[in-house]
Design a protein around this ligand. Sequence first.
Ligand code: KIV
Length: 299
Amino acid sequence: MSVTNFTGGCSTTPLDAPLTKVTVPALAEMKRQGKLISALTAYDYSSSRLADEAGIDLLLVGDSLAMVVLGYENTLSVTVDEMLHHTRAVRRAVRRALIVADMPFGSYHGSVAEGVANAVRFIKEAGAEAVKIEGPRVELVRALAEAEIPVVAHLGLTPQSIHRMGGYRVQARTAETVLALKADALALADAGAGAVVLEGVPREVAAEITAELPVPTIGIGAGPDCDGQILVFHDLLNLTFAPAAKFVRRYADAGALMRSAIEHYREDVERRVFPSDEESYHLPKAARQALDSLQNTGA
Ligand code: KIV
């Protein structure tokens, strides 16, 4: 296992307590040892810090932030600068997890050189430790690996291809498309991808790819046989405003909890119950007396 004692940042863990930092080589070691990888999306300081302290191995600053944080209809509108802004917030929060930044639509779809230049920004300007790119872009993955930038590939249902796919549809459901997906996954691993996200593919297909690939697969809507799983933070906690996809498990209803707390606060404000006297600052006695005498003498 690749081990780095990472002592920077702020956490409830004492600063001198060594942490086993998760790295891309450590993910490969986890696969070899049969240890499953937990991954979650992250977009801001507080939620990333919670996820890191909860022991999540990989935090992805996903371009899903376009939808769940910024309110866009799909992931296509988010820009490199917006992704950098959120990646920096996650970087400030995280001590142990591997931080992967999603390259947004348009940032690597032109030349390989442009893709590498944009990836460098995520590492250099935002502190990401790897980037994720969608689709079988073997040449770009090889160039990134040569530029010392770890890459997580993403195959199957790739949301940035929504217009080509004609919607968010489960992929690799025919013999030909299964073979093509397998070949893509192997070619990406061969080109240097450190892990492959498999999204929206049949369980059986993900299981076969996982068994054949030398690097870990991380599934979302790809069944339980992958080397790890990833969910969108807002899906896990029911902070979305749409019905959940089949593969989502809601681990808590934070949406209902937050709504009820906010309603309670509004009611307390409207009834002048918040803040109470105990929640107020008080003028020191001497200042009260001085003020009264000044006001009485008309000064
Ligand atoms: O952007 C994202 O959230 C993702 C994950 C769902 C894999 O790409």
